[in-house]
Design a protein around this ligand. Structure first.
Ligand SMILES: [Zn+2]
Length: 152
C-alpha cells in the first residue's frame, strides 16, 4: 500500500468534485475504504462505484456517490470521524488511536512530537492500515504535521 506517497495525494487533488450537500470540495475515496467505514445496514446498499468524501466539519455528509445518487451521513459511519467533530476526542491517527489533543499537548509540553516519529516509523515499516482504518483512506501524517505546525 502506497498510502503515504505524494503521487496519491496529487491524483486526488486533480479531481474537482464538490459535496452534494454543502458544496465544499470533496476528495475521491476508494470503494473499499467506504465499505470498511459503513455500518452493516449501509454496507448492503453500497454498490461498487466512484465515491467521494466531504471533509467540511460542519457538513453531516461523509461519503457520497454522484453516479449512484447515494449519500452516507455521520450516522451511517461505524466510527467517530475526528475532522467531523467539534469537541475532543478528535481522532487523527486511526491506526494507532491518536487524537488531536494528544499531539498538541505533547508539542506544548515538550516542544516536539515523539508521536509523529512513532507514526513515521510505523508507516515506514508498513505497520499501518490507513487505507481501511482512516476514513480518508490515506495516511494521517500530513494532518499530524499540520496540527504540529499550528501549535508552534
Ligand atoms: Zn459536505
Amino acid at each position: 500500500m502506497e498510502c503515504c506517497s505524494e503521487e496519491n495525494s496529487c491524483k486526488t487533488n486533480a479531481e474537482k468534485i464538490v459535496c452534494i450537500t454543502c458544496g465544499a470540495q470533496a476528495q475521491k475515496v476508494n470503494y473499499k475504504t467506504v465499505l470498511m467505514m459503513l455500518k452493516f445496514e449501509q454496507v448492503k446498499t453500497a454498490e461498487e462505484s466512484d465515491y467521494f468524501l466531504c471533509t467540511n466539519q460542519g457538513c453531516d455528509t461523509v461519503y457520497f456517490s454522484n453516479k449512484l445518487n447515494l449519500i452516507y451521513n455521520k450516522n451511517d459511519i461505524r466510527i467517530k470521524i475526528g475532522f467531523k467533530e467539534k469537541a475532543e476526542p478528535k481522532l487523527v491517527c486511526y491506526c494507532f488511536d491518536i487524537t488531536e489533543k494528544q499531539i498538541t499537548d505533547e508539542v506544548k509540553q515538550k516542544g516536539q512530537s515523539l508521536i509523529v516519529e512513532f507514526i513515521t516509523e510505523k508507516t515506514r515499516n508498513k505497520l499501518c492500515a490507513c487505507s481501511i482504518k482512516n476514513p480518508t483512506g490515506k495516511c494521517c501524517l500530513k494532518n499530524v504535521n499540520k496540527i504540529i505546525s499550528n501549535v508552534k
